[in-house]
Design a protein around this ligand. Structure first.
Ligand code: AMP
Length: 739
């Protein structure tokens, strides 16, 4: 029987024997090499014809798999069939299943890359509205204090939202904390003023605000200016080239504009309050921290922390000791952060309280190599280096190892974390074609930072910063050292003592006391704090002229220093160790933003059996899905209910979250309800001995013995096996005619 011969059904010969298939594959080739979506391309631009082609190929391949599976079963049942013949047919089946999986994956990618995810070319706003409606209706999130009409920028996570968040955080802990042996801490949200004064937040954590002069409504000044420029550029097609350049320039330098410059631009462009068209006030800084007082006296100012990082910095000394006084090491913290955003407008993306997951990786500033960099060096993904942004290019795929070796990314440790962040996000289900790493422009970066990159995810709101990855050099530890007087430093012990030349400044307290009386202490401190260059210049002047004028900042005046008042020399010394302030590399994850983007990237619709109706689906990977499995008796029947309860008990015992639905609703409706919250697997009890397991996206079903169900579902949800693996091991079952 030629049908059973392995050669006929090998994947490559399948195409040769089916000319229609060959044509389809050649149509598919350009899709395989699809260009990344540039920032200017609408994610909603449809390519439904390629999607239709993919669907045809998928159907054809699924039919081939079913035929070959039947062939294998017949071969196995036929007495005396040589084992080699069975093996060969099985090999062919495996190859075909792999092809099905590959096409299904391409189809999924196609759907998400278009951003329409099967919704039939909806506009960005309409797509977002569909996603948000589904999320709100299924209680992924709830506007906080809704019965009191809510508060802008505050949201609750409902049951599936909580489960998704806890899954994302569990994976974050596994991927970062466990993998790198990070030291996790959990610090209070209420933070005393001194800490945030040292970090610069009290003085500088501000946005420029303007007020509607009549109603008092507040707006972010830079947002109003940016909106104006963007709208002009998009809508006014008669703009002269010089004006276009000017508006683009304003957008580019927005972060750099002072309050006065911003105010002048708002006036020049005649920008008024968007809601009322009333005149606006001049811009002034508004501190984004929520202020509070600690204790009943009201005398001790505190703030709700705007980030979790400071809790780690202030604990550096103890953590370094805990780590055996060794560098590098990383500490991590997950917790709430609070920012009193002026006018939160982007739904779940810009909120006033959110979960941050932050890592502070402390490293020797003279050696930022990373022992595990080679694990990620070959990754290739979308990067948007500074030069490309400045020359108007788009993000492009770059190999991480090359970006580091060419100096595009400042150092290996920073590169290592960029690679790990890429793996983290894509493993969660973020589409890698809609994820890019954008380097900060010089005007965006703090003066002390060595290099910064943002992981930006494309959503219906555009490209959104979800993770910031910055080499902050020694800034934070130095700032807290200066403010607290506790040296937050590391030591490198030398195997052999090293001879070094050191500046030694010895003020003569007696002579200085006679000359400056009560001010002596301040002069002594100023002399001791002199940097090397200034000290050597003072020494030269004292030697040539016998005296010199010397500025004491704390006194606010210049004093005359004579030769007898201070001795300055360079002396050779033996040193046994080097003392230095470590650099810190900080990946900072906005968990809510990642989750929202994941919702958009996972969402698609598919037609239901009933005419014209679209069903919503979240294609969450099992690791993210809020519930991993549902259990349905096919019809209302005591025996089936009992089997369903036993399966649900076994799943719970195996640690697999599940829900059981014994309502008599049609099976199609029950599938649709759980597809809408992204449950990846559904067990349908249609007999007491074996049951079916259905995979959400392909709707493929396999038949499994009742007592094996829990272990099979555990395998596929925990990633020990793929769905394709288990499809291969168990007989397939025709999909329900009810959906
Ligand atoms: P930043 O410290 O400003 O770099 O913020 C760190 C991360 O927090 C960002 O990458 C965002 O993902 C997230 N984030 C910042 N501000 C907000 C906000 N208002 N709402 C939600 N997430 C935010």
């Amino acid at each position: 029987m030629p049908f059973f011969t392995s050669t006929l059904l090998r994947p490559q010969t399948l195409f040769q024997s089916q000319p229609q298939s060959k044509t389809l594959i050649s149509l598919l080739l350009p899709l395989l090499y699809r260009c990344p979506i540039s920032s200017s391309t609408s994610p909603m631009a449809s390519s439904s014809s390629s999607e239709a082609t993919l669907r045809e190929v998928l159907a054809e391949k699924q039919a081939a798999v079913e035929a070959q599976a039947e062939a294998v079963r017949t071969l196995k049942a036929r007495p005396g069939t040589p084992q080699s013949e069975i093996d060969s047919a099985v090999e062919s089946l495996k190859g075909l299943k792999l092809e099905v999986a590959a096409v299904a994956k391409r189809l999924q990618a196609e759907g998400s890359a278009n951003g329409e995810g099967g919704t039939g070319g909806l506009s960005k706003d309409a797509f977002r509205q569909t996603v948000v409606n589904t999320l709100e209706r299924r209680l992924f999130f709830i506007p906080s204090f809704k019965i009191y009409r809510g508060v802008a920028g505050l949201y609750d996570y409902g049951p599936p939202g909580c489960a998704v968040k806890s899954n994302v955080l569990a994976f974050w802990r596994q991927h970062f904390v466990l993998e790198e042996n990070m030291l996790e801490v959990d610090c209070p949200c209420v933070t005393p003023e001194v800490v945030l004064k040292a970090s610069g937040h009290v003085d500088k954590f501000t946005d420029l605000m303007v007020k509607d002069e009549k109603t008092g409504t507040c707006y972010r000044a830079d947002h109003l200016l940016k909106d104006y420029c963007k709208e002009k550029l998009e809508k006014d097609l008669t703009l002269a080239p010089a004006k276009v350049a000017e508006l683009n320039h304003v957008i580019a330098v927005l972060d750099d504009l002072s309050a006065e410059e911003l105010g002048a631009k708002l006036k020049e462009y005649g920008i008024t309050a968007p809601d009322t068209k009333n005149p606006l006030s001049d811009p002034y800084p508004f501190n984004l921290m929520f202020q509070t007082s600690i204790g009943p006296t009201g005398l001790s100012t505190g703030y709700m922390r705007p980030e979790t990082a400071q809790g780690i910095f202030v604990n550096f000394k103890d953590l370094y000791y805990y780590n055996g006084n060794k560098l590098p090491f990383a500490a991590a913290q997950i917790g709430q952060a609070f920012r009193n955003e002026i006018s939160p407008r982007q739904g779940l993306l810009r909120v006033r309280e959110f979960t941050l997951a932050e890592i502070e990786h402390f490293v020797d500033p003279d050696d930022k190599s990373h022992p595990k960099f080679h694990d990620v060096a070959k990754l290739e993904f979308l990067m948007f280096p500074r030069e490309d942004q400045l020359t108007g290019k788009s993000a492009r795929k770059i190999v991480l190892g090359e970006a580091v070796s060419k100096g595009t990314i400042n150092n290996e440790t920073l590169g290592y974390f960029i690679g790990r962040v890429f793996l983290f996000l894509t493993h969660l289900g973020i589409n890698k074609e809609r994820l890019r790493f954008r380097q900060h422009l010089p005007n965006e970066m703090a003066h002390y930072a060595a290099d910064c990159w943002d992981a930006e995810i494309e959503s219906s709101f555009g490209w959104i910063e979800c993770v910031g990855i910055a080499d902050r050099s020694a800034y934070d530890l130095r700032a807290h050292t200066d403010k607290s007087g506790v040296p937050l430093v590391a030591h490198e012990k030398f195997s052999e003592p090293r001879e070094v030349e050191k500046l030694v400044i010895t003020p003569s307290k007696k002579d200085l006391g006679l000359a400056f009386k009560g001010s002596q202490k301040m002069v002594v401190e100023a002399l001791e704090a002199m940097p090397e260059k200034e000290a050597l210049e003072l020494k030269a002047t004292l030697e040539s002229k016998g005296e010199a004028e010397f500025l004491v900042c704390t006194l606010g005046k210049t004093v005359t220093i004579t030769k007898n008042m201070v001795s300055i020399s360079m002396e050779k010394k033996k040193e046994h160790q080097r003392v230095f302030t470590p650099s810190v590399i900080e990946p900072s994850f906005g968990i809510g933003r990642i989750i929202y983007c994941l919702y958009e990237h996972s969402f698609y619709t598919r037609p239901s059996k009933s005419e014209g109706e679209q069903l919503n689906v979240f294609r969450f990977p099992p690791i993210v899905a809020p519930i991993k499995c549902t259990v349905f008796p096919l019809v209302k029947n005591d025996q089936f209910d009992e089997v369903a309860r036993n399966i649900a008990r076994a799943l719970t015992k195996a640690g697999i979250s599940n829900i059981i639905d014994i309502t008599g609703t049609s099976i199609g409706k029950r599938y649709a309800r759980t597809d809408e919250i992204g449950v990846p697997f559904a067990v349908t009890v249609d007999s007491v001995a074996t049951v079916t397991i259905r995979e959400r996206d392909s709707k493929e079903q396999i038949r499994v013995a009742v007592d094996e169900v829990a272990s099979v579902v555990k395998e596929v949800t925990e990633g020990q096996s793929t769905w394709a693996d288990v499809m291969w091991r168990y007989p397939t079952h025709a999909a329900s005619s009810d959906e």
